[in-house]
Design a protein around this ligand. Structure first.
Ligand SMILES: O=P(O)(O)O[C@H]1O[C@H](CO)[C@@H](O)[C@H]1O
Ligand SMILES: O=c1cc[nH]c(=O)[nH]1
Length: 233
């Protein structure tokens, strides 16, 4: 057990899927895993471990934002030995070609800052995905036929952004979408020599204003979960 995770040693699989929403963790575990069992509920941050096609998998909520994800990913790596970590999140579309419900696979995650910023100081570290996971996810997405975009995303510290000028520059430079965790996930994976990827479903759009309701964000992102599982194994 750690400060934030109540699981016993051995309760967490080497492969961990990481939704921000703990209820999405419950939905995904009950929908995709065989024999899912609850292994964490400290602070309501639900985690389940089961198997997918015979492979052990944990699905663990991270909460919203990089400081929250950083706590769980640090403990999952250091105390439970997680080796492959795949975020299954939602994002806001930032290109006209990226539609609501499309999938975005994050090759890089630009950011203004992460909880790791203090160790980099003047260095603009470029958080990037694990290549083997990225390639496997892109292939799985292509085989599934779902509209998928692979490229750079933006990991923001705020949901209610007050910098339309920055959004405009990122759109201009090809950023596909915005979310709030991937940059720190990629940085921690690099530091600890683990594999990480973020696969996102577009839940709303910064240019069109379209948005899905919270129930859809909790329960309707099955294609992303399937792609994550196929990429992991
Ligand atoms: O749907 P999740 O995985 O939580 O991801 C996105 O949704 C939250 C904001 O609504 C942030 O955590 C953002 O990254
Ligand atoms: O962080 C996020 C997630 C979804 N949609 C957004 O606009 N921002």
């Amino acid at each position: 057990m750690t400060v934030h995770i109540g699981a016993e040693p051995g309760d967490i699989a080497e492969t961990v899927l990481l939704p921000g929403d703990p209820y999405r963790a419950r939905w995904a575990a009950q929908t995709f895993l065989d024999a899912p069992r609850l292994v964490n509920e400290v602070r309501g941050m639900l985690a389940y471990t089961g198997t997918w096609k015979g492979n052990p998998v944990t699905i663990h909520g991270t909460g919203m934002g990089m400081p929250s994800l950083s706590i769980y990913v640090n403990e999952l790596i250091r105390d439970y030995g997680a080796k492959t970590l795949i975020r299954i999140g939602s994002c806001g579309g930032m290109q006209d070609s990226v539609k609501v419900r499309d999938i975005v696979i994050a090759m890089t995650a630009s950011t203004l800052s992460t909880p790791s910023r203090g160790i980099f100081r003047e260095l603009n570290f470029a958080p990037c995905a694990d290549w083997t996971l990225l390639r496997a996810a892109a292939r799985a997405a292509e085989a599934s036929g779902v509209a998928t975009h692979v490229g750079g995303i933006y990991s923001s510290d705020v949901f209610y952004d007050e910098r339309p000028d920055l959004t405009e520059q990122m759109t201009r430079h090809g950023i596909l979408g915005v979310e709030m965790e991937a940059a720190e996930l990629y940085t921690l994976a690099a530091r600890h020599n683990r594999r990480a990827l973020a696969i996102l479903t577009v839940s709303d759009h910064l240019l069109s204003g379209e948005a899905l309701p919270s129930e859809d964000r909790e329960r309707s992102f099955g294609e992303m979960v399937r792609i994550a599982l196929e990429a992991a194994f």
